[in-house]
Each structure stands twice: as structure tokens, then as C-alpha cells.
Design a protein around this ligand. Structure first.
Ligand SMILES: Nc1ncnc2c1ncn2[C@@H]1O[C@H](COP(=O)(O)OP(=O)(O)O)[C@@H](O)[C@H]1O
Ligand SMILES: [Mg+2]
Length: 267
């Protein structure tokens, strides 16, 4: 897998549209060689975390921890009237908004948007969140008794808070929810915020989509009663109303559709 965007970009002329570095980290980022827009955009990562055409996320060593650098260079449709869509600025803005709304998200360190050789490019870099991604956490820990109950009800409360503040994620899989265990508390953090939206209207459709993705990513080993524990905590109810039941039914129908279209969730 690649560790940096294609070499061809190195030869293009850079036009910066926006470029911001979190003041708290400016000095330290310079210390690891990250100062200019080009330093960030062309930085060779340590490990490729995810690569799809036109986007690459890598980890970068930063003192004694990892930081995560996402680069975008996907061509946008030439018919798009509003110009290119820069995912990095969306992720930067979403991170700030969620942080203000007290949802645990990564600390944003820098972002930049612009053009290289006329092509739209952007980057976004964030500090590592605590813990491990939820799907790996459940694969590697056999949760028993009260710990298991706490996990599912606390995850339900976390999802409830996120949705009740008006957000939907659009990639709401367990791999994007990190878990850090502290005593009998599971502290959750949400990552990959480039598709997050805040909306006042037409919420239900988006909530069904998010919950469908989350249930789809639950391991098969999760019992029906833990799923209900999650859902009751999500609804903040001891007993489900008929509208709660209807919502759950729509979510489960969505999960079935996802399974028949994509197969089982891949760990
Ligand atoms: N701030 C972060 N803390 C910990 N891990 C992260 C962080 N940002 C990204 N990652 C890791 O990198 C992977 C890819 O990042 P993500 O934001 O999901 O990019 P993509 O949009 O390409 O899926 C994540 O699934 C996660 O494993
Ligand atoms: Mg992702």
C-alpha cells in the first residue's frame, strides 16, 4: 500500500486556499518535519490505515504516539457548479462542532485545502484517540456479566447523545467508535467525521441508516438481550413504546438489506 499521494503531484504548482495548524501543536509538528502545506500533503506515513482511489489515511509517528493524516485528491465531477468539495475542511469543521457539543472526537491538528497542478487536494491530521476500535475490542475481549451489560448500555447512551444533538454520521460502524476502558466506564470516541451532518429535518431516515450501519457491524455473537440493552439505552427507555419498536424494526430491515447486498461485516 502507498504511504503518500502519487509522485506526479510533486511536480505541480501548489495554490493554497486554506491552511490552518492548531496552535497548541505548531511547534511539535515542526519538530517532526511538518511545517508547510507540502510537508503535510507529501509526508510519508509509517503505516497505511486505509487506501481508496483518491484518498489515503496513514499513521505518522509523533513523539511517543501516533497521529493520523488523511489526504484527498479525488477529482470532483466537472459539472459540479459549486466547485470541488474539500472533505478535509468538512472533517475539520465537524470535529470542532462535535467537540463543542461534548462528543468525544479526535483533537484536530491541522488541515489544508487547495490545488496542485490545477487538481483539488486537501489534508486533515488528527491526534490519536484513546483506546481501540470497537469491532477489534469486541473481537479481543470476552465481556462477561456486568462488564458486558455496561458496555452495551453505555454504547447506547453514546449513540443517543450523538443523535440527540442533531448529528448523523453516515459511516456509523463499530470501527469508527473507539473504546477506552476506565474502571467500570467505557469511554467512547467517534472518528472519521468527513461525512457527518447536522440537520433539523428528515432526521429519521438518517437515524435508521446510522443505526443500520451500527447493528450491521455488531458481531454475530452479540445476544438479542444485549442488542435490546443497547437499544433501550439509546431510546432512554426501560420499556419500548410502539414507535421505538417500529424504529427497531426499520433498522433491522436495513441490516438485512445490507447483509444481502454486501455480505457479512468484514472485520
Ligand atoms: N484520530 C485517530 N485515532 C485513532 N485511529 C485513527 C484516527 N484517525 C484515523 N484512525 C485510523 O485510521 C483508519 C482510517 O481513518 P478514517 O478516518 O476512518 O479514514 P477513511 O475515511 O479513509 O476511512 C481508521 O479506521 C482508524 O483505524
Ligand atoms: Mg473510515
Amino acid at each position: 500500500m502507498a504511504l503518500a499521494p502519487p509522485d506526479a503531484f510533486q511536480r505541480g504548482v501548489l495554490e493554497i486556499e486554506k491552511f490552518e495548524v492548531n496552535r497548541d501543536y505548531r511547534e511539535k509538528l515542526i519538530g517532526v518535519g511538518l511545517l508547510s502545506f507540502k510537508d503535510f500533503f507529501f509526508c510519508k506515513g509509517l503505516t497505511a490505515m486505509r487506501e481508496v482511489p483518491g484518498r489515503l489515511t496513514v499513521s505518522v509517528q509523533f513523539e511517543d504516539e501516533m497521529i493520523y493524516l488523511k489526504r484527498h485528491w479525488k477529482k470532483s465531477s466537472p459539472t459540479r457548479k459549486s466547485g470541488p468539495h474539500f472533505e478535509a475542511i468538512t472533517e475539520w469543521d465537524n470535529t470542532q462542532a462535535l467537540h463543542k457539543d461534548h462528543i468525544n472526537v479526535p483533537v484536530p491538528m491541522a488541515y489544508g485545502i487547495g490545488k496542485i497542478g490545477g487538481e483539488a487536494v486537501s489534508f486533515y491530521i488528527s491526534k490519536e484517540v484513546k483506546g481501540v476500535q470497537g469491532d477489534h475490542f469486541l473481537r479481543d475481549h470476552k465481556l462477561l456479566d456486568q462488564k458486558r451489560k455496561d458496555f452495551w448500555s453505555q454504547l447506547g447512551v453514546f449513540a443517543k447523545e450523538f443523535h440527540s444533538k442533531g448529528y448523523n454520521h453516515r459511516d456509523f460502524y463499530l470501527c469508527h467508535i473507539f473504546v477506552d476502558v476506565s474502571g467500570d466506564k467505557n469511554l467512547f470516541s467517534l472518528i472519521d467525521l468527513q461525512r457527518v451532518q447536522k440537520r433539523n429535518k428528515f432526521r429519521r431516515r438518517w437515524i435508521v441508516k446510522d443505526l443500520g450501519q451500527l447493528f450491521y457491524s455488531f458481531p454475530d455473537s452479540v445476544s438479542q438481550s444485549d442488542k435490546m440493552r443497547f437499544f433501550k439505552a439509546y431510546r432512554g427507555a426501560k420499556k419500548l413504546s410502539s414507535s421505538d419498536k417500529k424504529l427497531l424494526q426499520h433498522v433491522m430491515q436495513r441490516v438485512e438489506r445490507m447483509k444481502s447486498k454486501h455480505g457479512e461485516y468484514l472485520l
